[in-house]
Design a protein around this ligand. Structure first.
Ligand SMILES: [Zn+2]
Ligand SMILES: [Zn+2]
Length: 249
């Protein structure tokens, strides 16, 4: 089947009342469109006990994850409702690579609820832009789909023009060499095209997943150079902190 046709069909036949993960019919309306067993077992919900910088689930009693203790990031704080495990991996990859655009709305609702629990006031919502080549290939920007619902829910303007992606960066998951390579890969990836929308504003950047924070940090530094007061980042999922290597194993 051509990808255009399958895209069209997937828009027509979206099971509104079925669980996004297991596809079983939902007995009652569900805010995140998940059945109770999937919600209870397939996700690691992070809550407020998270790294005060990047929002990752904390494995220690510290206030910051090991990475944030050792590396500065240009954004003020980042949040995600869940860890990048199990069900979250399925939702993120479905939305990003398998054209499951209808995942975006319930995912964004979960993100909005997480953000509202922090009671932070923001002025504008800005999705991480895709490079035009990628956008053409995929047909849509998954972060923009998430950001659209979030902006509506928060009654804030959605800004999809002030920052563009100039460099067709490699997928950071395919990079070897760790943090340094990721940071190098992201350098100069974004360019500010207009300052008016972000000058003196508090900006909420939206992305699907936060891993090392290299992407969010790079776009935050570009936005801050343009005069933004603060930059917060809201993602659906954050990768888990690596547990310390256990002695003797
Ligand atoms: Zn289910
Ligand atoms: Zn952190």
């Amino acid at each position: 089947m051509s990808s255009k046709l399958s895209r069209f069909l997937s828009l027509l036949f979206v099971a509104e009342h079925n669980c996004l993960l297991c596809d079983r019919e939902l007995p009652a309306p569900s805010r995140y469109r998940l059945c109770a067993p999937c919600y209870a077992t397939a996700f690691e919900v992070i809550g407020n006990r998270c790294c005060l910088k990047c929002g990752k689930m904390l494995l220690s009693e510290e206030n910051y994850c090991l990475d944030c203790q050792n590396h500065d990031k240009a954004f003020d704080r980042a949040f995600s409702p869940v860890s990048y495990t199990g069900g979250a991996v399925k939702l993120v990859t479905g939305l990003k690579f398998h054209n499951k655009r209808y995942y975006a709305e319930p995912m964004a609702r979960w993100m909005t609820d997480r953000f509202l629990s922090e009671e932070i006031a923001v002025d504008v919502v800005l999705p991480i832009p895709l490079h035009p080549n990628r956008r053409k290939e995929r047909g849509y920007n998954q972060s923009e789909l998430l950001a659209k619902t979030i902006a509506q829910a928060l009654r804030l303007p959605l800004d999809v023009t002030s920052v563009v992606r100039e460099k067709d960066t490699l997928a950071s998951t395919g990079l070897t060499g760790g943090r340094k390579a990721r940071e190098e890969n992201m350098k100069g990836a974004f360019r500010l095209t207009a300052k008016d929308n972000i000058k003196d504003k508090v900006v909420l950047v939206v992305d699907d997943v936060i891993t090392t924070g290299a992407t969010s940090s790079e776009i935050a530094s570009v936005i801050k150079k343009g005069g933004a007061k603060k930059v917060y980042v809201l993602c659906f999922a954050s990768t888990r902190e690596k547990p310390p290597i256990q002695e003797g194993y």
